[in-house]
Design a protein around this ligand. Sequence first.
Ligand SMILES: [Zn+2]
Length: 366
Amino acid sequence: MITGSEELLAAKKHIIEVARELHEVGLLVRTWGNISQRVDEKSFIITPSGIKYEDLTPDMIVKVNIDDLSHEGDVTPSSEKAVHAVCYKARKNVEFIVHTHQVYASCAGTLGLKKISTYFDDEDVIIPVAPYALPGTKKLADNVLATLKKYPDSNALIMANHGTVCLGRNSKEAVFEAEKLEVSCHNFLVDVCKTDMNHGVEVGYNSHLENGEIVYDIKDTPQRVKDIHSAIYAKRPDVKYIVHNKSEAVMMVSRRANHMRPLLDDFAQLIGYSIRVPSNEHGKDGQNYHNIKRNVNAIFSLNDGAYCVGKDEEDAMAVAIVLDKGCIAHTAVMRHGEGHYLSLWECYLMNRHYRKSYGKLADKVR
Ligand SMILES: [Zn+2]
């Protein structure tokens, strides 16, 4: 319970500290995910929608009414506020909530399982998975509520094909739940799916446009790579920056897969619905086949990773990060033998909603 304006300001500052802490360890990235703290029976404070954790100030932390989700002030609260509200309602002892898109837990949540049975140190762990619903919807909050009720002892759950919700009596507990969840899910991916992959961006040949000219980061970029960059800029006038991601997972997909469908919300929103991977099996000459389309922001190159595109470096890097996670999920699903893919209709609705609501491509994901 928070009483008085001084205590409220301190709580807002604390949320920002926790956000930065989670950002530092990689559990929160860019503007994705959100954090909240209970104020009293009727309200909580939460991080805003679409602002980077580095840029947060206490006045941007918004007070939201638990019952009707109305908020104070001009700053728009996170679009996932309904999920936070149902958690505070269902669990009276919960004071702090962290929602992340952390890599391994999100990937484990694409396998179509209702719960993940794994371990943390020597302890057996059951992680509930709330069924999929579109982000920001009442249905998603209902699914989270039903899952919390079904697993009264769990303080960390996965929202299928999206991310996590971690609860605590204070920030320390909630953050610990998020960390424990990530380690437990990594254990699961390694043991059950035989998927042990580092997450990140391994930069290959990047380039950007400067006064209409292509400038390569590496001077002796090979001609075959320059041809791909030129083709991308020619077909996509909106693209000004290309990040070549050669991470372990992206390389794996570029070697083995023919096609990627979205397994995660952020993939559908930032990268596209249907990504072709050039392959000598179905193409005449894999090296020359490239899937440059208006709504596809990752262009795979056979056995050479993928070119991630954006209107600036930040956008292209966001695509590269989300693509890497999507490739880990793709590999896990292949090895597990099944997964739950997002439908085309869900992807369509999500993109339409986010294109309307948010201008900047890379910050569309909540
Ligand atoms: Zn989210």
